[in-house]
Design a protein around this ligand. Sequence first.
Ligand code: COA
Length: 155
Amino acid sequence: MSYRIELLADHDRRNFSCGSIALDRYFREQATQDVRRRLATCFVAVSDEDEVAGFYTLAATSLAFDRLAPEDAKKLPRYPVVPAILLGRLATALAHQGKRLGASLVADAISRSIRSDIVGYAMLVDAKDAKAAAFYQKLGFRSLPDSPLRLVRRL
Ligand SMILES: CC(C)(COP(=O)(O)OP(=O)(O)OC[C@H]1O[C@@H](n2cnc3c(N)ncnc32)[C@H](O)[C@@H]1OP(=O)(O)O)[C@@H](O)C(=O)NCCC(=O)NCCS
């Protein structure tokens, strides 16, 4: 199975189901409004059969300097905050899980963020639970000190 990744437009999201009711509802009911209000961009993965198989959102954010890992902080000027990119939401449809689509979506988010003219020092994610945090850790993210569900990966 191959997928193309494109900006959310008029894709049919009615049957999207990832196993998290909150994420399904966000994708079906809220994502378009967030895009329209410039609160996030949303990318979707579309299967060969034109089925929406996954999505993620990106937005600008910032990270307080004192939340950085000491080894990163010592390489930077002591600005109060550093710019970052928030990978706000990410999910793959149940029928497409376990096929490395989630990892591909994270890789796509990282590569778009690195190519962007607006820089971010790091990518941040808020994992919804410990299992999601374990998924991100496999992909090179590490938990912020004292916040196990907030993870960061340098860009
Ligand atoms: C978490 C989620 C995005 C993973 O997507 P996926 O397409 O199934 O993941 P992939 O097939 O790309 O897996 C990539 C790697 O992460 C691992 N992985 C996947 N889910 C994992 C989990 N819950 N815990 C630990 N590792 C996990 C896979 O085993 C794979 O490891 P490998 O490289 O050793 O083979 C998907 O299960 C999902 O949408 N879940 C519901 C919503 C959710 O939890 N979103 C997370 C954001 S809060």
